[in-house]
Design a protein around this ligand. Structure first.
Ligand code: 13P
Length: 253
């Protein structure tokens, strides 16, 4: 049985002390389960305390919210994949919609970041998703496949299989309007079909859904066999709501 991924993207929240408190509270009450992995994406300055707190928990890992594509150099304010890995990150988010739409990150840059993360031994989690006007215009599939093609450009099949994909429709992020389980699953099927042509036979891609996931809708979303996990912003900030999401039953495959 594949592991469900429960990823907490804390965005620009939780300084080290708060990060420590939340991780401690969550891990104290969430017993390790063989079928689920917890991933914490704190702000980079809080990565160290998260890495300390999860030590000894094989079901938990930490990651960074962004990486630069160069391994080192004069890039003030940036963090490279090798530096993130050396600081204890296992995962790297790439192409989050806020990076794309608030900071102007391009498709081509996401590809460079995915390749840099892989080269540093990090597991990239590539985020894709359409704007509301793109969905209304019936362009969801085209946008998502374009982002996948750019983000996974120049990778062989084995490398492609090492990248997790997070489908996060932009209109669902931080809005309280989540995609319905059926709508999320439909886009996951498109992504899975595209990946199946580009990964080794039998490899199951990890495809997560993100966008207004909370304690009330997580179970319905995860009841969809297509979802291999969830990427959660607001509802992962407090231990209480995150624990409820972590307890959601999974689909029977
Ligand atoms: P919300 O869960 O707050 O909608 O954020 C989703 C997200 O962007 C996770 O990366």
């Amino acid at each position: 049985m594949s592991r469900l991924l429960f990823a907490a993207n804390w965005k620009m929240h939780h300084a080290p002390a708060a990060a420590r408190e939340v991780v401690r509270a969550v891990l104290a009450r969430h017993r390790p389960q063989p079928d689920r992995e917890l991933i914490f994406y704190p702000p980079a300055v809080s990565l160290g305390v998260v890495v300390e707190e999860i030590k000894g928990r094989r079901d938990a890992a930490a990651g960074v919210q962004n990486v630069h594509w160069e391994p080192k150099g004069a890039f003030t304010g940036e963090i490279s994949a090798p530096i993130a890995a050396a600081a204890g990150a296992v995962w790297a988010l790439v192409g989050h919609s806020e990076r794309r739409h608030k900071f102007g990150e391009t498709d081509a840059e996401t590809g460079k970041k995915v390749r840099a993360a892989l080269a540093a031994g990090l597991k990239p989690m590539l985020c894709v998703g359409e704007l509301i006007e793109e969905r209304r215009a019936g362009r969801t599939e085209e946008v998502v496949l374009r982002q996948l093609a750019a983000g996974l450009a120049d990778l062989d099949a084995a490398a492609t299989a090492r990248v997790a994909i997070a489908y996060e429709p932009v209109w669902a992020i931080g809005t309280g309007v989540n995609a319905t389980p059926a709508d999320a699953a439909a886009v996951h099927r498109v992504i899975r079909g595209w990946l199946a042509q580009r990964t080794p036979p039998g490899a199951r891609a990890a495809i997560l859904y993100g966008g207004s996931v909370n304690a009330d809708n997580a179970a319905a979303l995860l009841a969809e066999d297509e979802l291999d996990g969830v990427l959660v912003g607001g509802a992962s900030l407090e231990a209480e709501s995150w624990l409820k999401i972590l307890a959601a039953p999974r689909a029977t495959r």
